[in-house]
Design a protein around this ligand. Structure first.
Ligand code: GUN
Length: 168
């Protein structure tokens, strides 16, 4: 789609096209719609991110928690959204050895235990080895740092999802 056609959408149409950019959180697109027209994809992305940033901490936490674990139970059961399935496959997470899968599940559990939310990294920008390394290096971080990093990674995930919809 072109940006012009995005700018011409009513609220329902906008949500139908962009409601999935933030995982299970269509409110981000819904609350950004009224700011159209957007000048370019970058400005649209920035406006969506500003909506996410302006939300309460509670809502931001719910957005983070809405993400599936990488190589987690939902992935094993093939119950991911279409975008998540593609993102995890892009990182090579759909083809792990048993040992790698066990390692992911161990660190996922440790991370959740420590922070109370899932480990978030933009899977389309990182292959499985880089993801495992990042999990290990981020585990000692403070909850504040990890909350901030999770939101920053969600912005990258949303940008790539947006570029799948709108041709810049
Ligand atoms: N959980 C952690 N990283 C990601 C990601 O890039 N995409 C999705 N859908 N879930 C994640």
């Amino acid at each position: 789609m072109t940006l012009d056609s995005i700018n011409a959408l009513d609220r329902a149409g906008f949500m139908a096209k962009l409601g999935h950019l933030f995982e299970h959180s269509p409110w981000v697109a819904e609350e950004t719609w009224s700011q159209r027209p957007f000048r370019d994809v970058e400005q649209l992305h920035a406006a969506l991110c500003a909506t996410m940033r302006a939300a309460s901490r509670e809502r931001q936490l719910a957005l983070i928690v809405a993400h599936p674990d990488l190589a987690g139970r939902l992935a094993q059961q093939k119950k991911l959204t279409q975008e998540s399935t593609r993102e995890q496959a892009g990182a090579g997470l759909d083809a792990l050895s048993d040992a790698e899968l066990a390692e992911f599940q161990r660190i996922n559990a440790e991370y959740r235990e420590r922070f109370g939310f899932p480990f978030i990294i933009c899977a389309r920008l990182n292959a499985k080895d880089a993801i495992l390394r990042a999990m290990q290096t981020r585990l000692p971080n403070s909850p504040e740092q990890e909350f901030a990093t999770a939101l920053a990674e969600i912005e990258k995930i949303a940008k790539l999802r947006l570029l799948d919809v709108v041709n810049p």
